[in-house]
Every structure is written in C-alpha cells, then in structure tokens.
Write a protein of this length. Structure first.
Length: 556
C-alpha cells in the first residue's frame, strides 16, 4: 500500500473539514501580514497628528479576526487529526484481522500492536500536522519577506542572509532524523513485545520464580528504546535552536542597521517599526517549518512501518458458497505445507467423510495441529489440493469455510467479555434461548446458571476464570451456534482431569452421530472410541484404519 493510499484512508470523509482548516490557517496568516501595515499607518497618523481612531479600530478588528480564524483552524485540524488516526487504526486492524496467518505470524505480537496503536498516531504528523503548518508558514515567510524587501532592500538582504545561513544549517542537521526515528520506533516495538510477553505469561513466570529475569529483559528493551530515542532527539535537537539563533542574529542586525538608517532619515520610524514587526513575525513560521521537517521525518518512518503491515498478504476469498450435505467430504491430494522452508506436512492424500469420529494421532511435531489448521483455512497448501464437498477450498469464501468447518484450538481462552459475548459466532443474531440450548447440549448450562449474572457474567481478566474443560465446552458451545458440518478438535482433552475428559468425550461422541468430528488426542480412551484412526509421523500419513467401533456413518 502506498503512502498516498494510507493518507486517503486516514482522511476518508473529512476532506471538507481538512480544506476548511487549511483555508482558515491561510486566512490567519493573511491577517498576520496585515497587522504590521496597519500599525505603521497608525504610527504615521500619530506623528502627522492626523485622526487615527478608525485605524486603531481596524487594527483591533484585524487582531480579533486573526485570533478567531486561527482558533477555528486549530479546532478543525484537531478533529481531522483524531479522525485520521481512528480511520488508520481501523483500516490497519482490518488488514491484520484478515491477514494470511502464516504471513502475519512472522511479526511479533508486540510489534503489530505498536504499529496499530503507536505508528498510526505518528503517521498523522505529515499530512495533518506538517502540511497545514508548512502551508501557512510559506505564506507568512513570503509575505513578510516581500514586505521587508519593499520597506528596505539593503536591510532585508542583511537580515535575510543570517536567516538563510542558519536555515541551511538546519536542513543539514535534519539529515539522519528519519533513520534515527525508524530505529527508535523499532526498538519501542521490541520493548512492547517483551512487556506483552511478560504480562501474558505472568502466572507462569511467578510459579517458576522468573520475575527478575523477565524484568531484566523488559529493562533491556526499555534501555534500547531509550538509547535510540536519545539518538533521534540528538539528530533533531539542533533543528529548532539553529533556526532560532539565525532569527535572533537577524533581529540584532536589524536593530543596529535599522537604527543607523533611522538616524540618517533614510528610514522613517513607522517604516522601521513595520519592518521590525515583519521580522518578528517571520521567526515563528521559520522555527515551525524546521520543526515540521522533523515531524515529517517521524511521520514517514511510521508510514513506512504501516505500509509494511498493510501489505501483508490477505486471506484468499473465494466466491463460492458451501452447500450443506448429509455426508461431508474432505478430499486431500498430495497436500504439503512448508514453514520457513521446512516441510511440516508432506504429500498427505486422504479422504475424510462423515458423520463419524476420527482420531488423529502421532508424536509431538508430526503435523497434527497444522493439518487441522489447514482444513480450517488458517494455512493454505503450498502443494497439492483440498476439496470440500466437491469444491476446491481456494474457491470457497474463508468465512463460509469456517462457518462449516469449526476449529476448536488447544486450550481456547475465553474472549474478554461476558458469557453472552463468548456465545456469538459470525454476524448472525443469536437469541439467549439458542445460547442456553447450546450450553445445555455441551453440559455447561448448570455451571453458567450458577455464575453471578448468568449469561451476563464477565469472564477472563477481571472476571470469572473457567477450568480447562469448561473453556473447551464453552468454545464448543460457541461452535454449535454456527451449525457447522465438521468439528476439528485440537488436543480436546489435554488440559482436563479424568472426569472432565469423560464429559468432553461424551459430547464429541454425541456430535459424531450427525457431524464429522476430527479429534487430535494422545488419550487412549477417545482413540479407542473412534470410528477411524489416522496416524501422522514427521508430516506424513503413517497408518490409517478403523477401531472396529463404528457407530455413525460411512468412512472411506
């Protein structure tokens, strides 16, 4: 995604307000340019003893108009700025949510969070901050320069030489600001990632007495961010002061030369005051312009990081819909998956059809979870093909595929929110009656009714904690609400006791009467109760056979 596209997304729906803010800023600059002229007229009238009441009223009006339009410009820009950040965050979050999992997984979670939360705020500095500031600054600088040159060309050349010399130095010092800023943003992302890992795994760290080591790593990340932040500050610290010294030198020179010209009657007192006001008015926009260039460098660094994350490949979205059939069929032909150049699945060819219960077994690292993720569309085959009910899964909408093939991952943590929030699937409207029915089906109804507030009870951080088996059952209840044809249960009973295992197994067996259920498990009980057993070894299908306990439907 190009920078222009990111700006377009950020400014969506607010071009009118953005234009109004710039126009108001330019109007404020014009009123500023008019002030020295009116002040000069007032002084001339006073020295010539002419009536000047009308000119004073005009001067007050110019100041008031300038103040009103300046405030209006800042208010409009403030609203544009916040909306710009919100739009970008929503757009990048959308890209992240629908990104291809394998491509997104290469980024640390903390880095992704930093890009969505921090870089989107920094990105506005260019278009919303620097562009309006530079536009007004250019108008002010040109207007003041013209006014100064008209009043006294020799004085203008002398004072502007000082400004030009120090302005050139500011541009020279601005080199390397972007590089230093990018490094600081990367280091900040590393710090956020280390902090994210500590907070996420705080219970594990406490039980293993690893608090000091974890804090040490957080401190290392914080120190890296501090050092690169100092380097970025060092690169930009000279910009404003250098420009400020240039304008101060120009003011001092103007006082000396202007006083000499006034003493010889070459320059009138009114003209000298007008010139001096223009010189004072040119200082702020020049310093602001130097600051804007630093802001642009920071913004460009943030936009570069946003371009990277927005260009992550998105999930394939086929156009065909899945038609529910009595017998669901998955046909895998020579399916291969590679991660970081290493084969995880290799030439998997098998047909899965149901209803019925299939146990997928094999040693750790044999590719069992990867196979389930591939069937759910989280991974796409690097080689071979997968057909679902006669359709290539690449032709099927990922949303439709996941509605019909439900994956329950290992130890599914509940979503932050209420029980009701956790019993929602897709965008369909689900009644509480349907939620209670799903809970009743998986045997979790009594537990939820015992919670304070029932369906309105908060879960997760700051709420009620569920056991491992209850989390599995809650995730399964959520899956049931989507009425899928296939359930993929990854290590379904890995985190429960014997009683919980029996409850989960009974639910899986009951589901298998009407649906295809594929269970990854090392537990002998569920394996022996399966209609079919598949064994993986080093990414290949080693054995396939029947347990001899067929209860439900045909298998091939």
């Amino acid at each position: 995604m190009r920078t222009a596209e990111l700006h377009r997304l950020g400014l969506a729906g607010q071009y009118g307000l953005y234009s109004l803010a710039i126009i108001a800023g330019l109007t404020s600059s014009l009123t500023t340019l008019a002030q020295p002229i009116v002040v000069g007229l007032v002084i001339s009238s006073m020295m010539e003893q002419n009536p000047y009441g009308g000119l004073v009223a005009l001067l007050i009006s110019v100041f008031l108009v300038g103040m009103v339009v300046s405030v209006a410009s800042q208010l409009a820009l403030g609203r544009v700025s916040e909306r710009y950040v919100m739009n970008l965050r929503n757009a990048i979050a959308l890209k992240v949510m629908y990104a291809d999992w394998r491509s997104l997984h290469r980024y640390d979670k903390g880095d992704v969070i930093s890009r969505v939360a921090v870089d989107t705020a920094l990105a506005r500095g260019w278009l919303v901050g620097a562009v309006p500031q530079l536009t007004s600054a250019v108008l002010l600088v040109l207007g003041c320069a013209i006014g100064m040159a008209v009043i006294s060309l020799p004085l203008f050349l002398a004072s502007f030489t000082c400004i030009a010399v120090f302005g050139g130095l500011s541009i020279f010092f601005s080199r390397g600001v972007k590089t230093a800023t990018v490094k600081n943003q990367e280091d900040t992302a590393v710090f956020i990632e280390s902090l994210h890992r500590v907070i996420t795994n705080i219970v594990v760290l406490k039980t293993a007495v690893l608090e000091k080591i974890a804090l040490g790593r957080v401190a290392d990340g914080s120190e890296m961010a501090r050092r690169s932040g100092v380097r970025a500050i060092d690169r930009s610290a000279l910009l404003g002061p250098t420009m400020n010294i240039g304008t101060q030198a120009a003011i001092a020179l103007t006082v000396v030369l202007g006083g000499a010209l006034a003493a010889t009657d070459t320059l009138s007192a009114a003209a000298l005051v007008t010139y001096f006001m223009y010189l004072l008015y040119i200082v702020a926009p020049l310093i602001g312009a130097a600051s804007a260039f630093g802001e642009i460098a920071s913004s460009r660094a943030a936009l570069q990081r946003l371009r990277e994350i927005s260009d992550v490949p998105q999930e394939l979205e086929g156009e065909k819909r899945v038609e529910k059939q009595c017998v669901s069929r998955l046909d895998l032909r020579d399916v291969g998956i590679e991660i970081d150049g290493q084969p995880i699945l290799d030439e998997i060819s098998i047909v899965l059809s149901g209803p019925g219960l299939i146990a997928l077994t094999g040693p750790n690292g044999s590719g069992k979870s990867t196979l389930l993720w591939t069937l759910n569309g989280l991974y796409r085959p690097d080689h071979g093909s997968i057909n679902y009910n006669g359709l290539d899964i690449n032709q099927i909408s990922t949303t439709e595929l996941r509605k019909d093939i439900c994956l329950i991952p290992q130890n599914p943590a509940p979503l932050i929110g209420t029980v009701r929030d956790n019993l929602q699937t897709g965008e369909s409207l689900i009644s509480d009656e349907d939620r209670w029915h799903a809970l009743r089906t998986v045997g979790l109804e009594n537990r939820v009714r015992s919670l304070p507030g029932g369906l309105s009870c908060a879960l997760g951080e700051g709420g009620v904690e569920l056991s491992g088996g209850q989390r599995q059952l809650l995730a399964l209840a959520r899956g049931l609400l989507g009425d899928p044809s296939i359930f993929l249960l990854d290590e379904f009973t890995a985190y429960v006791d014997k009683e919980g295992e029996m409850a989960l197994n009974s639910v899986a067996i009951e589901l298998a009467k009407t649906k295809l259920v594929v269970v990854v498990s090392h537990r002998e009980e569920i394996v022996h109760m399966s209609d079919r057993i598949l064994q993986l070894g080093e990414g290949r299908m080693v054995t396939t056979g029947s347990s001899g306990l067929s209860r439900s439907g045909p298998f091939k």
